[in-house]
Design a protein around this ligand. Structure first.
Ligand SMILES: [Zn+2]
Length: 392
């Protein structure tokens, strides 16, 4: 069986014959006498496409055979016209060749070897065996793009294991026997079975989009070619959206967000102060209303927009002044309830709150005189009524 992509990565369509048809893990599969389909390996995903009218849904390397997993079976001996999904393949070629150039640049500039590579659906990653500073990593990216823009040849040749041992390969080859070597002249030489563009210029652009510490080294996330353009568009759209909302220029975005956060913090402080001041008046009003209702000892009230701190301020003010039991409920996407009981009543606010949390969901607890629960689901009026029944 011959692998067309070994010598011609640009072959998109080919004629072949089915030499073996079988089931692979419960799905129909074939081995062909020749194929341009790349099987998942070396960090690069498989090629999708068709064999005649049948879709190729996975391609795997099984003991030296390229196994094409199909949407429906093909007969042994059948002649087929194969076509690979060229958009997907060319994208993989850009990312994979970009990885060679970037990994080599990281060795040249930072002496940081690549220990693993993964080509993902949106971005790719390389893991470095050493930590490099952001500035050094950027210098390596500059160097990699210089090689891209010089449009150097990406040559493919084959060498025996003995020949290869004498060559300055970037990485010790993982396999024995004849090796396929990928060379960017005067820059990189490595053994690889993947698919690559013919000249570095076709990589277009190599851009690192993020870095993170990883197992004593550094993981770089990067995009090349078409993905770099797509990433730039996404960034442009999100920056344009933020700039419109905040009415600032793009370089001023971080400062504008910080300013908003500080303003939010200040406002929360102001609200807490206002709630504390208002709590005293609310306590007066509730006690007056309870007295007017014939000396009612259980007070319930709903404050849709208040927070737990505000509710507790009102509740403590109430039980400090009169022997009452209080349940105050605030709304929002998840309700909050504060229960307070004057000690002389001998009630347990904590137990009441736990019963409410059992019934309405949410979490809470507290002391016999003051307890609260949050995250309750249900109408505030319903929660207030249930609390009233428990306290009465
Ligand atoms: Zn490669």
């Amino acid at each position: 069986m011959s692998r067309i992509y070994y010598t011609d990565a640009y072959c998109r369509a080919f004629e072949a014959r089915v030499v073996r048809a079988f089931d692979h893990e419960g799905r129909p599969a074939v081995v062909l006498d020749r194929t341009a389909f790349y099987p998942t390996s070396g960090g690069q995903p498989f090629d999708a496409g068709v064999l005649g009218a049948v879709a190729v849904v996975d391609v795997v390397d099984v003991e030296g055979d390229v196994v094409h997993v199909l949407s429906s079976p093909l007969a042994e001996g059948a002649a087929v016209h194969g076509e690979i999904d060229w958009g997907r393949r060319f994208d993989h070629m850009q990312q994979h060749t970009g990885q060679h150039v970037l990994s080599a640049a990281l060795v040249h500039v930072c002496q940081a070897p690549t220990v693993s590579f993964h080509l993902g659906g949106d971005t790719s990653t390389i893991d470095l065996g050493a930590v490099v500073s952001p500035a050094d990593a950027e210098r390596a990216v500059d160097e990699a793009n210089r090689i891209v823009w010089e449009d150097r040849e990406v040559a493919v040749r084959f060498a025996s294991g003995d020949e290869a041992r004498a060559l300055p390969l970037r990485k010790e080859p993982a396999r024995q026997g004849e090796l396929r070597l990928i060379e960017v002249p005067q820059f990189d030489l490595s053994a690889c079975g993947g698919t690559h563009v013919a000249r570095t210029g076709a990589i277009g652009l190599i851009a690192v989009t993020g870095t993170e510490r990883f197992k004593g080294g550094l993981r770089l996330t990067f995009v090349c070619g078409g993905r770099a353009l797509r990433t730039l568009r996404q960034l442009r759209d999100s920056v344009a959206g933020s700039v419109r909302v905040l009415s600032v220029l793009p370089p001023e975005l971080p400062a504008a967000v910080e300013r908003l956060q500080a303003e939010g913090k200040g406002l929360r402080k102001t609200i807490a102060g206002l709630q504390a001041a208002l709590a005293v008046h609310e306590a007066d009003r509730l006690l007056a209303a309870a007295g007017a209702a014939g000396g009612r000892r259980v007070i319930t009230e709903i404050y849709e927009d208040w927070d737990a701190v505000g509710l507790k301020t009102i509740a403590s003010s109430l039980i400090a002044r009169d022997p009452v039991a209080v349940a105050l409920v605030a709304g929002g996407p998840a309700a909050t309830v504060v229960v307070a009981c004057a000690p002389s009543l001998g009630l347990d606010a904590g137990a009441v709150v736990r019963q409410l949390a059992d019934r309405f969901g949410g979490r809470g607890g507290g002391r016999p005189d003051m307890a609260q629960a949050g995250g309750l689901s249900g109408h505030t009026a319903e929660i207030a009524a249930a609390a009233h029944a428990l306290l009465d």
